[in-house]
Design a binder for this molecule. Structure first.
Ligand SMILES: *Cc1c(COP(=O)(O)O)cnc(C)c1O
Length: 348
């Protein structure tokens, strides 16, 4: 049996069409600004995101780190959502690289403009670290692909601007959000000083991310990218995959969302699973194991023995992610196997 890999949307392999685009890519030295594919992708991303300029970076994590370095100083305070990627999934990079501290607010990955206003620590205070940045994560990974309400994001951007606080949108999965909301990524990124997007998640490229914002921040972004060791050369091979993904892999994200909902509905029918399937609106399913179920480590190990790969997100919390390389049938089968494992039933 083929394994059903629901660990992440990063596990996708390039499709034949994407491989052909990579093979045909015209490339050059990107540090001299001479990679035609990178230049084309940067221009296209800036236009899609409604920003003046975009810079290619190898990973979403480096994009987040460079955004922090660009918009903050060491010792600053950064407002983030509870369980933000920057807090949980970047191995402490933000403290080591930008030297900032985080204040996490809100619940389930979202927060309000009022909560931001209450959390902002003023500059020039004898005791407080100055809040210089608010970071929004859309979709929110650890909360389960949660959509950040666009109207609240717009209010947050206004509150921040009025307080002289910069804004950053961690949009590693912004295309998922756009497809689920029926909006453009430009609409969702409106007002944010910087926005980061990843090409290696649902879009299915082998790597690459973009950081978009005003042209006058580009020199700082390029410097911090270089400082992080992320200035590369003939990366048009990645950019070609990204351009191909923008042409072919955006609308189909709706399939991933439908598949995730189907998995969520199947899982939620088990008395041993705690999950609200209506809350699953994009491609990530995060569920809790109810009393009586094995713990997450056991579920992950036993599911793997049966060819289904998921990850533990806590002692009794599991994450599954749908993507380009798992179709509807594979997702239905994956959910069946997960339920058998959670209910400790033998295969039929
Ligand atoms: C995956 C992810 C990133 C980082 O992307 P990598 O390319 O894996 O470094 C950043 N933010 C969020 C919300 C993510 O899910």
């Amino acid at each position: 049996m083929d394994r059903i890999d629901l660990r992440s949307d990063t596990v996708t392999l390039p499709t034949p069409g994407m491989r052909a685009a990579i093979a045909a890519a015209e490339v050059g030295d990107d540090q001299f600004g001479e990679d035609p594919m990178v230049n084309r992708l940067q221009e296209r991303a800036a236009e899609l995101l409604g920003k003046e300029a975009a810079v290619w970076l190898p990973t979403g994590t480096m994009t987040n780190q460079v955004a922090l370095r660009t918009l903050t100083r060491p010792g600053d305070d950064v407002i983030v959502s509870s369980e933000a990627h920057a807090v949980w999934h970047e191995t402490g990079g933000s403290a080591a690289n930008a030297g900032v501290q985080f204040t996490a607010i809100g619940e389930r990955g979202v927060f309000t403009a009022d909560q931001v206003a209450a959390a902002i620590k003023p500059r020039g205070h004898l005791l407080y670290p100055p809040t210089t940045l608010v970071e929004v994560e859309n979709t929110h990974n650890r909360a389960g692909g949660v959509l950040f309400p666009p109207a609240e994001a717009a209010r947050i951007v206004e509150v921040a601007r009025a307080a002289g606080v910069a804004t950053y949108l961690d949009g590693a999965r912004l295309w998922n959000a756009a497809v689920a909301e029926g909006r453009t990524v430009g609409e969702l990124a409106a007002g944010f000083d910087l926005v980061g997007v990843a090409l290696s998640k649902g879009l299915g490229a082998p790597g690459g991310a973009l950081l978009a914002g005003p042209r006058d921040l580009v020199p700082a972004i390029l410097r911090y990218r270089r400082m992080a060791g992320g200035a590369m050369r003939q990366v048009g091979f990645f950019a070609a995959a990204g351009l191909y993904a923008l042409d072919h892999h955006v609308e189909r994200l709706a399939d991933d969302h439908a598949n995730a909902r189907a998995i969520a509905e199947a899982l939620a029918a088990s008395p041993r699973v705690r999950l609200d399937p209506a809350a699953v609106r994009t491609n990530i399913i995060v569920f809790d194991l109810a009393d009586g179920a094995p713990d997450a480590a056991a579920v992950v190990a036993r599911a793997r023995e049966r060819g289904v790969l998921v990850v533990a997100f806590g002692p009794r919390r599991v994450r599954a992610v749908t993507h380009l390389d798992v179709d509807g049938a594979a997702c239905r089968r994956g959910a069946e196997i997960l339920i058998e494992v959670i209910e400790e039933r033998r295969a039929a």
